[in-house]
Design a protein around this ligand. Structure first.
Ligand SMILES: *[C@@H]1O[C@H](CO)[C@@H](O)[C@H](O)[C@H]1NC(C)=O
Ligand SMILES: *[C@@H]1O[C@H](CO)[C@@H](O)[C@H](O)[C@H]1NC(C)=O
Ligand SMILES: *[C@@H]1O[C@H](CO)[C@@H](O)[C@H](O)[C@H]1NC(C)=O
Ligand SMILES: *[C@@H]1O[C@H](CO)[C@@H](O)[C@H](O)[C@H]1NC(C)=O
Length: 953
């Protein structure tokens, strides 16, 4: 064995493979750093953008416009003023941030319909005692109150006591005075800084009475803190109306609703009571009141006061008077909010807006991983690595860990940057929850990338689909899912179903972080803590559960699909194909068997002695194995089932071949003859339909993994990483072949030199800068590294210029010792130069086998005679040829040049020479020649004969 090219010491261990693959990936990543940097820059830009916006918002909120108003007030009355801040000095924008240590007391008010909407006599109304509609213009309609109950006489007595009839007087202390009356307002409640809007709206405050005798309007002074207002008071008549039942009340209220009725007739009622089964001993009541806040069910809307306390007081007081007599009284003095501290207005933009942005950022790695995986698949690098002995285990683990590392670094830098910049989204939420969430999410994303990669074989498509997915899904999440999450009435289980889509669960998690940090920021508390996972509205726990379960389920699925795809058995684009194969197996085999019976008889008839001899040899070797034979093919067949009613295509029909070590076998054949199918079967890309082959005793059906460790391929198309250099390729494949240390360096150097890629720094240039010929030579070098015992070369010299081709041949000639080589080629010259034996392969079967000389002798039964004269003398040349060889055949004629085939048995070369000598003295001959048959002639002849046979059969 050649000491300069050490044979690898057995198959590479798991660790060695891992090491090789990791090194390759690192180099690849360094080469690819531009893309990596671009990806990392994206979150940086987003974070900076967010923080700039946040800064702008903060500085706006910190401006006096939004700070509690202050004024210089002369508090001691000594002429010097003091700066006093408070709600009374603030505009409505400023009021929000003021402290309210001592909230105002406000009379409890009834919600009264506005005069123009109050109930009057309308078509649909069932009541007879309502006033005419004209009262609306006079603003004097009474406020209707609907009553019902189990005992009408009791209800009637209560109705008399509901509203007091005494008139206001002595209104100096408005509060204690007003609490003697039933007061109401028609203003709408809203979120104000502890100020009852009824008193500042310019609307009157109503005194609700059974009858408005003098219909007065008063103005009373009202003092709030240091300011004094004039407030108009107005009488309004309350009109109790009896209804038969609760449902009648409901019906009436519904019909009169300003927005609810279809006729466009508005008939609003002040309130309604159902006394149920009340009697002297027990008091049961249902109160209808009109809450003007319909949006309190939305998350994040602060709750607002509802004017319900006064209606409860009114009815309780009436009952008390009914039971205890008119002297008894239940007085509601005032209502008062709880105090609140000053707060700095803040609006955390990152929490509010960012679920969408952050989702984009986290998902951005998805297409990157997808592209990486599909690139290796599209360029068949994955298969190539497998053929050089890289097993699925190391490939998966390294790819996975590598992606995990990349994603972690990416997300980590993003979280750290966001925290440093001070985005509340990161700083307020518990970092351990964030860690768990991001970690599980990126794991799921990696599995998803593996899974998706199984369905693509083209980088461009994968790229487009990948980006479409992240933008499409995040926009869907931002609008659709967001909407459903905020709508608390949307069933939670449907949310869970939607969150099965990984993009949605990611969005939901980010959304919850946003909610908690936003509220935490508003209230000055922290964001999400582990304890908050118990909150009923917090979807984080479900999201984490879904992500973990999905990861556990998808990981094996992705592994399985990718394995099928990488093996290429049955093949690669459609991962469902293996399933399809499994389902179709029985019928298609049966059909094949029937056909085979027919075709076998035919093929036996036409078989040549050399083919039969080879077959016998194979049969004998199968009985008595001989280790000096590296490759044995036993009746190998491949049939592609016909589609759309076409006939089945027999790509390879019954190939038997035995190849000893040290032999180079050349497979010749026209395009489409099935040579590549044969090679693909031998290297495990396609499973044979029937028959088997043994490489070093391992069969290709089951032991492909063992075969790979000592086999290598130089594929028809170069399967190379554009980013890596020639040397890096060889180092990687050398390591896979278990070469180490100085032996590896030495081998790589030798190998580079042998294919002439060593000098001039070519070895350290990236492959994308190589010419076609250089790539070809590199592919050959790769296929020879680590001294494999079996090498397949699929047209190794196509597309090379003659000089490079010669160089390559020398390399191959030198390399073929000690190993079995199968070489397909279209160049007869190459075949003759390199191969010990040749086989001509036509229409899926071998037509002949033998060394070049034998073949020429067998098929080359004639000489080729060529002569060029002036076109006028053509006839004479023909005559000459036929006198020398009566059975000659003209095979070519163009403007004076003619070619004839002279059967060998009837001509002697000396006769030809003397005849031509005589002929030249009569006719002027420009050129002439006599040639033995070349391999090319043999090839054409064999191919033609096979074709002819095909037509006949
Ligand atoms: C209805 O209430 C009155 C008191 O107002 C009482 O005298 C009468 O017995 C009650 N009727 C029924 C059927 O309970
Ligand atoms: C309840 O209040 C709303 C808003 O003020 C109003 O549109 C609606 O008509 C009221 N409903 C009834 C039954 O009075
Ligand atoms: C909630 O209701 C108030 C008062 O009716 C209104 O001003 C506010 O815009 C509403 N908010 C939402 C989010 O609908
Ligand atoms: C969540 O609630 C469960 C019971 O409902 C309780 O056992 C558990 O301690 C709670 N977890 C936290 C972190 O509060």
């Amino acid at each position: 064995m050649d000491s300069s090219s050490p044979r690898s010491s057995g198959p590479a261990s798991f660790l060695t493979q891992t090491d090789a693959f990791l090194r390759k990936n690192l180099v690849f990543q360094i080469r690819n750093r531009k893309l990596t940097i671009r990806i990392i820059i994206y979150p940086v830009i987003i974070c900076v953008l967010l923080s700039v916006l946040q800064w702008a918002i903060n500085s706006e909120l910190d401006s006096p416009k939004y700070k509690c108003g202050c004024r210089c007030v002369d508090t001691n009355g000594n002429g010097s003023c003091e700066n006093v801040c408070g709600i009374q000095y603030s505009t409505s924008d400023q009021a929000d941030s003021c402290a309210i240590p001592n909230p105002e007391e406000w009379p409890a008010l009834l919600q009264v319909p506005r005069p123009e909407y109050r109930a009057a006599e309308v078509d649909f109304s069932t009541f007879t005692d309502l006033p005419n509609k004209s009262c609306r213009d006079a603003q004097s309609c009474p406020a209707a109150v609907l009553l019902t109950g189990g005992n009408r006489s009791l209800v009637d007595s209560l109705a008399l006591d509901l509203f007091t009839s005494s008139s206001p007087s002595n209104l100096l202390n408005y509060l204690s005075n007003l609490s003697n009356f039933i007061t109401g307002t028609d203003t709408v409640t809203r979120e104000t800084e502890f100020i009852e809007p009824a008193f500042f709206s310019g609307r009157p405050v109503y005194i609700v009475q059974p009858e408005c005798r003098q219909n007065y309007t008063l103005t009373i002074p009202i003092q709030i803190a240091t300011a004094t207002f004039q407030q108009e008071l107005k009488c309004i008549q309350a009109l109790p109306l009896w209804c038969r039942s609760s449902s009648e009340i409901n019906n009436e209220l519904f019909k009169g609703y300003r927005l609810g009725n279809t006729e466009g007739v508005i008939n609003e009622i002040m309130g309604a009571y159902d006394f149920l089964n009340s009697n002297e001993k027990s008091f049961n009541v249902i109160i209808w009141y009109n809450s003007t806040y319909k949006n309190a069910s939305m998350r994040g809307t602060p709750p607002a006061l509802m004017r319900v306390s006064r209606s409860l007081n009114v009815v309780s007081n009436a009952y008390l008077q009914f039971v205890k007599g008119a002297d008894s009284k239940m007085q509601l003095e005032f209502t008062k909010e709880m105090p609140k501290p000053a707060n700095r207005l803040s609006l955390d933009f990152s929490s509010l807006l960012s679920a969408l942005f952050f989702q984009w950022i986290v998902e951005l790695l998805f297409p990157v991983m997808l592209i990486y995986l599909v690139y290796e698949k599209q360029h068949k690098l994955r298969i190539m690595m497998k053929m050089h002995g890289l097993q699925d285990g190391p490939y998966w683990i390294i790819s996975y860990v590598y992606f995990l590392f990349l994603s972690s670094a990416y997300v980590l830098s993003f979280v750290i940057l966001g925290s440093v910049i001070g985005l509340k989204f990161f700083t307020l939420n518990d970092y351990s929850i964030q860690f768990v969430f991001y970690f599980t999410s990126i794991n799921l994303q990696i599995v998803l990338a593996f899974l998706t990669a199984a369905f693509f074989s083209n980088v461009k498509t994968a790229e487009v689909i990948g980006y479409l997915y992240i933008f499409g899904s995040s926009i869907m999440a931002g609008y659709l899912l967001h909407f459903f999450v905020e709508d608390t009435s949307f069933p939670g289980k449907w949310l869970l179903v939607m969150e099965i889509i990984p993009a949605f669960s990611l969005y939901r998690g980010l959304y919850e972080f946003g909610q908690y940090s936003f509220n935490g920021d508003q209230m000055g508390t922290s964001g999400m803590r582990w304890g908050d996972l118990n909150d009923s509205l917090n979807g984080m726990r479900d999201v984490l559960t879904i992500i973990v379960i999905e990861w556990l389920v998808l990981l094996p699925v992705a592994y399985y699909l990718n394995q099928g795809a990488s093996l290429g058995r049955g093949i690669s684009n459609n991962p469902l194909f293996s399933l399809q194969c499994f389902l179709m197996k029985t019928p298609s085999n049966q059909r094949f068997n029937i056909r085979r019976q027919g075709s076998k008889e035919v093929s036996v008839d036409m078989e040549k002695p050399d083919i039969i001899k080879e077959r016998k040899m194979v049969e004998q070797l199968l009985l008595e194995p001989d280790t000096s034979y590296a490759i044995i093919c036993d009746n190998l067949k491949k049939v592609y089932p016909g589609k759309d009613g076409n006939q089945d295509k027999f790509a390879v029909q019954g190939l038997s071949l035995a190849l000893p070590r040290g032999e180079c076998f050349g497979l010749l054949g026209p395009n489409g003859a099935g040579k590549t199918t044969f090679i693909n079967m031998m290297i495990g890309l396609i499973a044979p339909t029937s028959g088997n082959a043994f490489v070093r005793g391992f069969n290709i059906q089951n032991d492909m993994d063992k075969i790979y460790s000592s086999m290598s391929v130089c594929p028809q198309n170069d399967m190379l990483w554009e980013m890596l250099t020639g040397r890096e390729h060889l180092l990687f494949y050398g390591r896979l072949k278990n070469l180490k240390g100085s032996a590896l360096m030495l081998t790589v150097e030798e190998s580079l030199k042998s294919v002439n890629l060593f000098h001039g720094g070519v070895a350290d240039k990236q492959v994308k800068k190589y010419s076609g010929g250089m790539k070809r030579r590199l592919s050959v070098a790769i296929s020879l590294i680590g001294d494999p015992e079996v090498v397949y070369m699929d047209e190794p010299s196509t597309g090379l210029d003659p000089a490079s081709r010669k160089k390559l041949w020398n390399v191959l000639k030198h390399a073929k010792q000690n190993r079995a080589t199968i070489l397909t080629t279209h160049s007869m010259e190459e075949a003759e130069f390199l191969c010990d034996r040749l086989g001509i392969f036509v229409d899926g079967s071998l037509q002949c086998i033998g060394n070049p000389r034998e073949l020429k002798a067998r098929y080359g039964e004639s000489y080729i005679f060529t002569m060029t004269t002036s076109p006028d003398d053509e006839q004479e040349v023909e005559n000459l040829v036929f006198t020398v060889s009566p059975n000659a055949k003209k095979i070519y004629q163009i403007s004076g040049t003619q070619k004839f085939e002279l059967p060998k048995q009837e001509v002697r070369i000396a006769d030809v020479f003397s005849a031509v000598g005589n002929f030249k003295s009569k006719v002027s001959v420009r050129a002439w020649g006599l040639a033995d048959t070349t391999m090319e002639d043999v090839f054409i002849k064999v191919a033609k004969r096979a074709e002819l046979f095909d037509k006949l059969s």
